[in-house]
Design a protein around this ligand. Structure first.
Ligand code: CO
Length: 134
């Protein structure tokens, strides 16, 4: 069911500092920061030949990644995102198998303008999984 790895997201205290690490030490192409108010994050995209890395910084008082960054002040892998062809079919199949879909179970528009869902890490080997419609 899952297809390509769309991105790996790394949550950090500062996307500015993290961008410098990726740009200077690792020699990667890094986008300008974008704040996505409704998701409570500021994000930059690191473009790699075969996938992307998203560097996420908490934005606002109720950022969903604030607790994670507080626990991981030097940053940490926050989630992995896999592409699916049909996000509603994927959701229904997962729910039927007993997996927990976070939130109200309805896809939201993610940072790339496509519908996304998140799956409970305890059902997926300890890793938060994002599904994005390809
Ligand atoms: Co993501």
């Amino acid at each position: 069911m899952i297809g390509r790895l769309n991105h790996v997201a790394i949550a950090v205290e500062s996307v500015e500092k993290a961008s410098a690490v990726y740009r200077e030490a690792l020699g990667a192409k890094v986008s300008a920061p974008e704040t996505v108010v409704e998701h409570g994050v500021t994000v930059v995209f690191v473009e790699l030949p075969n996938t992307k890395i998203e560097l996420l910084e908490p934005y606002g008082e109720n950022s969903p990644i604030a607790g994670f960054v507080a626990k991981n002040p030097s940053g940490g892998i926050h989630h992995v995102c896999y592409e699916v062809d049909d996000i509603l079919a994927a959701r229904d199949r997962l729910k039927a198998s007993g997996a927990r879909v976070l939130g109200d179970g309805e896809p939201k528009i993610g940072a790339h303008g496509k519908p996304v869902l998140f799956l409970h890490p305890k059902d997926f080997c300890g890793a938060l999984v994002e599904l994005e419609q390809a």
